[in-house]
Design a protein around this ligand. Structure first.
Ligand code: BEZ
Ligand code: FE
Length: 291
């Protein structure tokens, strides 16, 4: 159809998009066009603002590479990743869930480790940490053989892929739950860290006067055939940034008890016990955000 005026545009685009043979494509793109056009009208996007948006999206791509995923970071900072996570877990968002956003730093093929092993592959200063996990179902039955992929930032606040000082795969490992559903490992107590601020997402956070520090956490991805893959993060309850996490990742179920033992002594350490409750469902690995 010929476009007579701005009032015709949305209808014309919806007709074109709706011809997609893939029904889900047609549904999703039609909704996107409806909402995007309504948004453009609501805020009266100017020509300069559209040029700014082109540049912003291009910069998201230019900032991304095998070791950095700016698109995931931008989605995280807008709360979209957490929203999609909570809508797709906990019985469709109705009940509490122990799931959390994946974040941009999970890597496939972390080293397979024996229960009890250390996550350290290069010297990493910090308070020693002992983490003991139990993987079980809702009824309390252990899920033997569950694979638990763990990753964390160093106490300096950097993941190994961001830090030349750390060995490849430092602070990453995969454990297998034993017949009782248990595994444990040693590491160093994680610290909070700023989300990457050197790209367009950082520009947005600064423009909104948002603080960049995530609360300290360990990441876990628990995988077992017959169960929905559980992707989560566990935070200490006393972290100052639980309520202003820049990626909106903290829910009550994710607060673990990180207890300090022998405080002030040479053998001071932190101990975390946490139970991972899996739901029946499809075991599916996410696409790794980085290589
Ligand atoms: C993370 O926890 O690793 C993370 C999540 C979202 C944005 C940046 C980092
Ligand atoms: Fe993290």
């Amino acid at each position: 159809m010929l476009i007579q005026d701005q009032g015709d545009v949305t209808e014309a685009v919806l007709k074109a998009v709706g011809r997609a043979p893939d029904a889900r494509h047609a549904e999703v793109l039609s909704a996107l066009v409806r909402h995007l056009h309504a948004f453009v009208r609501e805020v009266s996007v100017s020509e300069e603002e559209l040029e700014f948006a082109f540049d912003f999206v291009n910069r998201i791509g230019q900032a991304s590479n095998d070791r950095h995923n700016e698109a995931a970071l931008f989605s995280d900072a807008l709360g979209v990743s957490t929203l999609v996570c909570l809508m797709n877990n906990g019985a469709g968002g109705v009940t509490e869930t122990a799931s959390a956003l994946l974040g941009p730093f999970w890597r496939l093929n972390a080293p397979e480790l024996e229960s009890g092993a250390s996550l350290l592959r290069s010297e990493t200063q910090g308070t020693p940490l002992l983490m003991r996990g139990l993987v079980r179902d809702h009824a309390g039955n252990p899920i033997a053989g569950a694979r638990v992929d763990v990753w964390q930032a160093s106490p300096a606040g950097l993941y190994e892929n961001q830090d030349e000082q750390q060995a490849d795969m430092n602070l990453r490992g995969v454990f297998t739950a034993d017949a009782d559903g248990r595994f444990h490992f040693t590491s160093v107590r994680p610290a909070g860290y700023p989300v990457p601020m050197d790209g367009p997402t950082g520009d947005m956070l600064r423009a909104q006067r948002r603080q960049p520090l995530r609360p300290a956490h360990l990441h876990f991805l628990v995988h077992r055939e017959g169960y929905k893959t559980l992707i989560t993060q566990v935070f200490p309850g006393d972290d100052a940034h639980l309520e202003d996490d820049p990626v909106f990742g903290v829910t009550p179920a994710l607060i673990g008890s990180y207890r300090t033992e022998n405080e002030g002594a040479a053998d001071e350490r932190c101990v975390l016990d946490y139970e991972f409750v899996m739901q029946p469902g499809e075991a599916r690995l996410p696409v790794p955000p980085i290589k």
